[in-house]
Design a binder for this molecule. Structure first.
Ligand code: ADE
Length: 421
């Protein structure tokens, strides 16, 4: 590819060779996305369309963005979190793919917002969002763009909550696909991806032993289920905190102890919040924790643990290691805060491994294709991709894993479609 001068805000273009190795490494474990890329190269479904993506800038999202580019999209990429950017990957996208990228690990909140504005100024036809910050900013500050936008896809539970709120108020300006709602997204990425990457983050940040510890998981959605599952597998004694009686019951029957956070706060050694809500681990809980407890967040935003509130009860904050701060409290105890209360799995670690993001990002790519193919036919609503798309992605993934499955015989098929005995 010919190199041209690309507008960007990245850490260091010289990191590109290392970043390219990471993107190639991710692609090795993304067979479904690679198959989609082959078809996109031939069919050029996004030719002439401008794509703005606001996602964690990782080797896996780089793979997704290059697939969209291979399908003809004029793509720009900005970060969906100020701390999660992989700077080498950002450099490779600019240098080797001529893709404008605005993302620097550790950027300030102001810089983060300016970067999203850059993506909005790209004047997109199509949008890939993670957390709904870009779509929310367009509705709030740039409603003039809404008429031109074909639609957007959304990666997370958190983002879908915000889109539903827009939809409910009749304010959603274009159709959106909730990628998180696809089975091949939340059953795998949320559960196995979050489960593994969260403990990867805890271990890289603190290098503590999980076996024998009491791990408190706030939230038993698909991400919480994964975190609890992996905590148990690592030898932890797991406590689940929930507000939903069905989820609480499920956790209890899975063998976890279930109790309110006020009680769990007294027992836990490691706390992980995975709810998508705010202040689920609040100041009064933080103050009653054991001396030396660890708290980390795996929800999209940084307000699940009330770290800001804790500051007014803190004598001193010591940076122990990268991504690990000791809050020395007025009450004489210490609480260790991981990654400033931001996503432990994407900041201390590298997010979910490529193998599971393969399915999530296959849904992203096919979600955008669905919006483009159905341009003008959809309502300004939140859509889920058809079940057949899930089936197709699952078949491709199984094939890549060398797993064969049975098919129904005509007799079985007929039986399942009949009502007579
Ligand atoms: N969310 C969780 N893991 C991720 C990854 N590896 N890349 C982008 N977004 C993610």
């Amino acid at each position: 590819m010919q190199t041209i001068e690309i507008k960007c805000d990245i850490k260091d273009i010289n990191l590109a060779p290392q970043g390219q190795k990471q993107i190639d490494w991710a692609f090795k474990d993304m067979p479904v996305l690679k198959e989609i890329r082959e078809r996109f190269i031939k069919e050029q479904p996004f030719k002439g369309l401008r794509l703005s993506a606001c996602v964690h800038v990782t080797k896996e999202t780089a793979a997704l963005c290059t697939v969209m580019q291979a399908g003809g999209a004029d793509a720009i990429l900005v970060a969906s979190n100020p701390l999660s950017t992989q700077d080498d990957v950002a450099a490779a996208l600019v240098k080797n793919y001529n893709m404008p990228v605005y993302a620097v690990a550790g950027e300030s909140v102001e810089q983060y917002q300016r970067h999203i504005e850059e993506a909005i100024n790209h004047n997109p036809d199509i949008i890939i969002d993670d957390g709904c910050d870009m779509v929310s900013m367009i509705h709030d500050k740039r409603p003039d763009l809404i008429g031109k936008i074909i639609g957007s896809t959304e990666e997370t539970t958190t983002g879908i909550i915000r889109l539903k709120a827009l939809e409910k108020q009749g304010k959603l300006g274009f159709p959106a696909v909730g990628v998180n709602t696809s089975l091949t997204k939340h059953l795998y990425d949320n559960r196995y991806g979050t489960g593994q990457s969260s403990f990867d983050g805890v271990m890289r940040a603190a290098n503590i032993l999980v076996a024998g510890k009491t791990v408190v998981v706030s939230g038993y959605g698909w991400c919480g289920k994964g975190v609890a599952l992996r905590a148990k597998a690592l030898g932890a004694n797991v406590i689940v905190c929930e507000v939903d009686p069905l989820k609480a019951l499920e956790a209890a029957m899975e063998g976890y102890r279930v109790m309110p956070i006020a009680k769990a706060a007294l027992e836990g050694d490691i706390f992980l919040a995975v709810t998508g809500d705010k202040h689920v681990v609040d100041v009064q809980h933080l103050l009653t924790m054991k001396d030396g407890a660890f708290v980390g967040n795996v929800g999209h935003f940084d307000w699940e643990i009330n770290v800001n509130g804790l500051k007014s009860h803190t004598k001193e904050i010591k940076q122990i290691r990268p991504n690990l701060e000791e809050y020395v409290l007025d009450n004489g105890k210490s609480v260790y805060v991981l990654c400033q209360g931001r996503l432990v799995n994407l900041i201390a670690a590298e997010g979910h491994p490529a193998s599971v993001m393969d399915m999530s990002f296959a849904n992203q790519a096919l979600g955008i294709e669905f919006l483009v193919k159905n341009k003008g036919k959809l309502e300004n609503k939140l859509y889920t991709l058809p079940y057949e798309v899930d089936e197709k992605i699952a078949h491709l993934k199984l094939k890549s894993m060398g797993i064969e499955i049975d098919t129904l015989t005509p007799e079985q098929e007929e039986y399942l479609n009949s009502w007579k005995i």
